[in-house]
Design a protein. Structure first.
Length: 442
């Protein structure tokens, strides 16, 4: 009898546990499915999660328990209501919690697909659209605080939740670079390379009649519908260029940082073979050779790129820098002036033209300082002085334009101030001195 009693008791315990699990799963699903969640619901939800964790023994029950537990921050946020502040919502979320949420969701979705039963699949996928907005706002707040590693972790977790949205992986990689976690960044970039992500597309904009501000739309259909209702005006489309060049350039830079220069070159060459019409990859390969100081190969690649994109001002500017470093002043000046033709607001082209015009000024001052007081030396001094003044006059308009475009460029302001003083332009020097003091006091 004793043996029979034990078996019976065990059987009763097992049945009770299974029954409890079913009750807890029903309670959690009921709260999870509500459109509105109260503080009382959130408290009950957390308590039931803990109960389920303690009795879940089957694989499926453990996965549901893990999902409901990972979803707790979302329930707590829902309980705050629509008037909750972003700060209050963000206090309930963290990068590890988002990663745990993504893992639990993916595990449960895979399990339901395997079982052929969509108990929560449709709801999870539908609710993730709301969750996505919350998480993106969280990333923005973290980015403002320069918490780049956390940004990368959350965006990568979001990518694992929806691999049809590799843009999240792209930004995760960029944030990993900002946090100087180059190994993680390389892993993310390699994944972008594997899926052949380009990021090319069209951005859709229109101006709100109510706010008079231009706004971005996810699709042309959404934008055009509101334009037809006359709540938005001035629809505008903007082409988004390929990001492949940037991705491969960053891969190459990371590999170079690790001392793997040949591997970096091979990576970009392979990318160009796969995407022969993507001019951004030529630029990235050129930048790699610029980084490794192979200027001859860089120039050849730039010429190849300019043949396809003759008005690329950044490439032309870089050719000017290389020409200047090679002491080819005429070629450098021509490149800088070409950049200004293409973009009159390209401040660095004006600054480099000023630097070019002042090239050799230091040597002239050194020669002047070595002269004595003889008549011959005095004549030489006056000649050098005149030569120096002519250099300053030639540089002055370019420095003036640089300061106009970059009012906070302290080096340009200081140089222009010295030019005014040398040329006895007292009024201009006095005005600029006040600006210089302001900048130096920052």
């Amino acid at each position: 009898m004793k043996k029979v009693f034990l078996i019976t008791a065990f059987t009763v315990f097992s049945i009770s546990a299974v029954s409890a699990q079913k009750d807890e799963l029903k309670s959690l699903k009921k709260i999870y499915s509500r459109d509105e969640v109260s503080a009382k619901d959130a408290t009950e939800y957390k308590g039931v999660v803990q109960k389920l964790k303690s009795v879940a023994v089957e694989e499926g029950d453990k996965l549901y328990a893990a999902f409901y537990e990972a979803n707790t921050p979302m329930i707590e946020i829902a309980a705050l209501g629509p008037a909750a502040s972003p700060q209050a919502m963000m206090a309930l979320v963290s990068a590890p919690k988002v990663t745990a949420f993504a893992t639990a969701v993916n595990d449960l979705l895979a399990y339901e697909q395997k079982q052929g039963k969509k108990v929560l699949t449709d709801q999870i996928l539908q609710r993730y659209q709301t969750t996505k907005t919350l998480l993106l706002n969280y990333v923005v707040s973290l980015g403002n605080e320069k918490k780049y590693q956390e940004c990368a972790e959350i965006l990568y977790a979001m990518y694992t939740l929806d691999k049809n949205d590799p843009e999240k992986l792209y930004y995760a990689a960029n944030y990993a670079v900002n946090s100087k976690d180059y190994d993680t960044a390389l892993k993310y970039y390699d994944e972008l390379k594997r899926v052949n992500y380009s990021g090319e597309g069209v951005a859709y904009y229109a101006t709100s009649v109510l706010s008079n501000k231009e706004e971005y739309f996810n699709s042309k259909t959404d934008r055009d519908k509101l334009v037809s209702l006359k709540t938005y005006i001035n629809p505008r489309d903007e082409n988004i260029p390929s990001k492949r060049g940037e991705i491969y350039r960053n891969i190459a830079l990371i590999l170079v940082e690790k001392g793997k220069v040949e591997e970096a070159k091979a990576a970009i060459k392979d990318a160009r073979k796969t995407n022969p019409d993507d001019t951004s990859l030529i630029i990235s390969e050129a930048n790699l050779y610029l980084q490794t100081k192979d200027f001859a190969t860089y120039k050849e690649l730039v010429k190849e790129s300019l043949a396809k994109d003759p008005n690329n001002k950044d490439l032309i500017f870089n050719l000017g820098v290389i020409a200047y470093n090679n002491k080819d002043m005429v070629e450098a000046e021509n490149h800088y002036k070409r950049v200004i033709e293409l973009d009159p607001t390209y401040a660095n082209a004006y600054l480099n033209l000023a630097i070019l015009k002042l090239d050799g000024e230091k040597e002239i001052v050194e020669k002047m300082n070595k002269l004595g007081n003889s008549d011959a030396d005095n004549k030489k001094y006056e000649a050098f002085k005149k030569q120096r003044e002519e250099m300053f006059k030639a540089a002055m308009p370019y420095l003036t334009k640089t300061v106009e475009l970059q009012a906070d460029n302290i080096d340009a302001v200081r140089t222009l101030y010295n030019v005014y003083r040398t040329l006895d332009m007292e009024s201009e020097a006095k005005t600029l001195k006040a600006r210089l003091k302001e900048l130096e006091g920052k």
